[in-house]
Design a binder for this molecule. Structure first.
Ligand SMILES: NC(=O)c1ccc[n+]([C@@H]2O[C@H](COP(=O)([O-])OP(=O)(O)OC[C@H]3O[C@@H](n4cnc5c(N)ncnc54)[C@H](OP(=O)(O)O)[C@@H]3O)[C@@H](O)[C@H]2O)c1
Length: 256
């Protein structure tokens, strides 16, 4: 699929059988098997950058790095940089400068904020080692940020790893191309437990994101699935001759 101005974006999430990505206390980050963890690192090893929202990046143990020597070597064999770029979306700059994601220093950490992020908080993130990019006013203009990531950081393929608020913004902006989901043998329940995409959501069926199954594979007790996002066709501008003919048919001169 062509994504001429921005990176190709794939979303990778693990979910319970009832569609939750964490329990209601929202602290569970990993409930998948070792196979699922390897799958996550394998996907990272296909991408230039890994991205999450601030709440996910604030969780302990989250570094967004390649995950060890084996994957660093795999990246090099694929002619990717040894360490992937790490990107955190934090509109109000609520990302904690003491979070573990700042402990990994072998690749740059880019934090995407919006115009409403207070300068003092942005400065603290920069002092902690982050490169801050400001896009949009109320919320982060993710489409513009992705173009910048491609142009300025050479990001051609990006893995988005949640959480549900960031996923919602990405889906609503039409910026996800492929969804990788691991269905795990758990049932979490609870209205407060997040799902793959919460936030505002899409208002009706017409606006809903259409997916197409491309792969399903059961390994042990987990189901690994890949779904392609069917992007609505963008309106094609009429070629000049057809504009002329249409105007002529309508009895207009078509000249200015
Ligand atoms: N099962 C899985 O595969 C998986 C993977 C990842 C996370 N999770 C779970 O997901 C939960 C976290 O999800 P979450 O929805 O609470 O948080 P999240 O999406 O990780 O982060 C939300 C924050 O990201 C920023 N953000 C996202 N979109 C934005 C936009 N368009 N503009 C500006 N800022 C934006 C905001 O930061 P500011 O507050 O700075 O404005 C917002 O508060 C955790 O429970 C975690 O365990 C599960």
């Amino acid at each position: 699929m062509s994504t001429p101005n921005r990176p190709f974006v794939l979303l990778n999430m693990a979910m319970s059988a009832d569609g939750k990505i964490a329990t209601a206390n929202r602290v569970v980050t990993s409930f998948g098997s070792a196979r699922d963890q390897a799958h996550l690192l394998e996907l990272r090893a296909t991408a230039d950058a890994v991205m999450t929202g601030a709440n996910t990046a604030n969780l302990p143990g989250i570094t967004l790095g390649p995950g060890g020597l084996r994957y660093q070597r795999l990246r090099l064999r694929r002619q990717l940089s040894e360490f992937n770029l790490r990107v955190v979306v934090s509109g109000s700059a609520h990302l904690d400068p003491g979070a573990d994601v700042f402990g990994e220093t072998r690749s740059p950490l880019v934090v995407l904020v919006s115009g409403k992020a207070p300068v003092s908080r942005v400065r603290r993130l920069e002092q902690a080692g982050a490169v801050v990019g400001r896009f949009g006013t109320g919320s982060v203009d993710l489409a513009a940020a992705l173009v910048w990531l491609r142009d300025q950081w050479g990001v051609r393929r990006l893995v988005c790893e949640g959480g549900s608020t960031l996923n919602d913004s990405m889906f609503r902006a039409g910026l996800i191309d492929e969804v990788h989901v691991t269905v795990c043998p758990w049932l979490f329940g609870g209205r407060l437990a997040p799902t793959i995409t919460d936030g505002l959501g899409l208002p009706n069926l017409k606006a809903a994101v259409r997916l197409q199954w491309t792969q399903t594979r059961r390994v042990g007790q987990e189901l690994f699935a890949i779904l392609q996002v069917i992007h609505p066709p963008s309106p094609t501008p009429l070629p000049r001759e057809r504009v002329w003919h249409r105007r002529a048919a309508l009895g207009q001169s078509g000249r200015r």
